[in-house]
Design a protein around this ligand. Structure first.
Ligand SMILES: [Zn+2]
Length: 115
């Protein structure tokens, strides 16, 4: 196990883990479920971390991490109609529950106004 990335949030961590998994690099997210349950631990320790299972994947993982960090942050987000979690605007499916995100960025505000 080797830590390759410390993410700003869980979506960021999941995006990188997905990219690594696509490259057939086995990953493990640490702290992924600690948010909200961390008690009196310092806040920084709850940042999700992406680890790789096999250190021999380290070089490939490092280049994927670099690509991930270069990628511009996409504006906008889509709110899942099923679980209300926010996903990046370029996602087709909710990162949390897999529900289809057919609403473009900003549309969830209009949807909420109709309630
Ligand atoms: Zn969802």
């Amino acid at each position: 196990m080797k830590r390759v990335y410390s993410a700003a949030d869980l979506i960021d961590a999941q995006l990188l883990a997905d990219a690594l998994n696509e490259a057939r690099i086995a990953t493990h997210l640490l702290n992924a479920h600690a948010i909200g349950a961390q008690g009196d631990l310092p806040f920084a320790s709850t940042y999700p971390e992406v680890w790789i299972r096999n250190e021999r994947d380290g070089a490939r993982a490092a280049s994927i991490v670099r690509e991930h960090e270069r990628r511009p942050l996409l504006a906008g987000s889509a709110r899942c109609a099923h679980c209300a979690e926010s996903s990046p605007g370029n996602f087709a499916l909710c990162w949390q529950c897999g529900h289809a995100l057919d609403a473009p960025a900003g549309a969830h505000d209009a949807a909420q106004a109709q309630r």
